[in-house]
Design a protein around this ligand. Structure first.
Ligand code: SF4
Length: 502
């Protein structure tokens, strides 16, 4: 179905939004305080007054090389931004320039080697962009003996491993993942520098960054309760709200947005296909073997139940293994969790036979859940642990399947809520700091839980359901804050410790 049909369906769906929505009053589903005297340690829930969400689908679903959104895609984007900024400097500054330095702090310094952070920075300085990145070049950049030349603003620079400075792991910058890029002149003078941060999900920002030239959303909301109220009051459906907001914030038309959605879907599908065809050992300091192809093949002769589980797991493993090998993947919401959503995408397209329009609509619902989690908690393992990566990915996938199946907004919310709720407390403890163990397998579990959450939600009576998405997101934030730092992506706790021999 073409773009016009997709938009028409979105518009028609809005006409039925009122019918699909629950009666007013079904928004707040907390347990009344009088049923629970005193509450837990005197604490209770007050509806949050979250700021209006300005994140777009383009921000959330970023395409780039693996294995890590915060440690690979963001550094590549940062280096690319620095390259463009340097190219625009006055000629007298550029004339004095001799070299470029990239200082890595915090988790970037601690685990950057395993996450190809150095290669990403070199690639970005050499003019590579994440979504069109030559992954073969990224493989070549492994050679630490080689130097490369690159033209920036008409000036030739040499970049190599001496460009990368593995700086302090403990620091006082406001973000754990800090990267300071410097343009160096004679006698080690700093001609220009920019202090960048990688807060997760492939996003980046820099100190003193001016506000982006963006528009305001047509339908402002800050949390799920406000979104549902908006849908009821304005008689709009999820697709329309997301699409209209995206256009208004980015100041683009339907064509650009739909092209991006299709690119995201095809990158996910390609990732599964490629991963199901590859075998052998993944790059890394210890041998982790690919399993996706073998699992997929075993599914062909398995019983219905086992076959379904094996296939869904194999799709998730295929993308996650590819991500670990540095293939292109989509942040959904991060690269560590890049296999969960594609597993459901592949299932929906190839087994459940959803149309392209339904897939797009599902992706919009996944986007909504990603926005809420990113803005009202975090999608960074370094901030809230793995619940913010695999947990959010699972919630996005559950919402995608529910919404694409034509479920009411309440059911879509319950599916997302259930998937996220049952990842609460999950720490981030990658062995050696590499996105291998437990990350790859965790994506398969995220996909399975997403499907189960969808089934539970589909059979739930919405008005009888207690948990709502806003409360569970808040619980994720609280839990993440309470998690000790070693359980947040440093690879210095949990499996990161017990899997390593003394
Ligand atoms: S354990 Fe989870 S949060 Fe940590 S790197 Fe792996 S996927 Fe990301």
């Amino acid at each position: 179905m073409d773009r016009r049909c997709f938009l028409k369906i979105a518009a028609l769906s809005s006409a039925s939004a009122a019918l699909l929505s629950p009666a007013p009053g079904a928004i707040a589903r907390g347990i009344p305080a009088q049923d629970f005297p005193g509450g837990p340690l005197g604490k209770c829930y007050a509806p949050p007054n979250n700021p209006v969400i300005l994140t777009t689908l383009t921000d959330l679903f970023k395409i780039g090389p693996g294995p890590s959104s915060s440690h690979t895609i963001a550094p590549l984007r940062i280096a690319s931004n620095f390259r463009e900024t340097v190219a625009a400097l006055p000629a007298e500054t550029l004339n004095q320039a001799q070299s470029i330095q990239a200082h890595l702090f915090g988790s970037l310094s601690a685990t950057g080697r395993g996450h190809r952070t150095d290669r990403a920075i070199l690639a970005g300085l050499m003019g590579q962009k994440p979504d069109t990145c030559d992954t073969a070049l990224m493989d070549q950049l492994e050679d630490t003996q080689r130097s490369y030349t690159t033209q920036i603003g008409g000036k030739t620079f040499t970049v190599d491993q001496s460009t990368i400075v593995w700086d302090q792991v403990k620091h006082t910058y406001p973000f754990s993942n800090t990267l300071i890029m410097r343009l160096m002149g004679p006698d080690a003078t700093v001609l220009f520098e920019r202090e960048y941060y990688s807060p997760g999900g492939g996003f980046f920002q820099w100190k003193g960054q001016p506000a982006a030239d963006r528009g305001q959303p047509v339908y402002p909301y800050g949390n799920m309760a406000a979104f549902k109220q908006l849908a009821r009051d304005r008689q709009k459906n999820l697709d329309e709200i997301l699409l209209e907001n995206e256009k208004a914030i980015l100041k683009v038309g339907d064509a650009e947005i739909l092209a991006h959605l299709d690119q995201v879907l095809s990158t996910m599908e390609n990732g599964v296909n490629q991963g199901l065809s590859e075998e052998g050992v993944l790059p890394g300091p210890f041998p982790v073997y690919r399993r996706a192809k073998r699992l997929y093949q075993s599914a062909q002769n398995a019983s219905d139940g086992d076959g379904f589980m094996n296939r869904l797991s194999s799709y998730a493993l295929a993308v996650s293994e590819g991500n670990a090998a540095g293939r292109l993947a989509v942040t959904a919401p991060t690269l560590g969790s890049a296999g969960t959503l594609p597993a459901l995408v592949y299932l929906m397209k190839h087994q459940l036979k959803f149309s392209q329009d339904a897939m797009r609509q599902g992706l919009l619902a996944a986007g909504l859940v990603g926005f809420l989690c990113k803005n009202n908690a975090s999608v960074a393992g370094a901030e809230v642990g793995c619940q913010g990566e695999i947990g959010v990915a699972s919630a996005m996938a559950a919402a995608m399947l529910a919404h694409a199946s034509g479920a009411p907004l309440d059911t879509t919310e319950i599916a997302a809520t259930s998937a996220l709720e049952h990842h609460l407390g999950m720490s981030c403890d990658p062995v050696g700091g590499f996105v291998l163990i437990p990350c790859i397998e965790r994506n398969a579990f995220g996909a399975i839980k997403a499907y189960n959450a969808y089934l539970l939600a589909k059979n739930e009576i919405a008005t009888q359901h207690w948990e709502d998405l806003d409360r569970v997101i808040l619980a994720m934030l609280e839990t993440g804050r309470a998690l000790p730092a070693p359980f947040k992506e440093m690879g210095t706790a949990g499996l990161g410790v017990t899997m390593v021999n003394c």
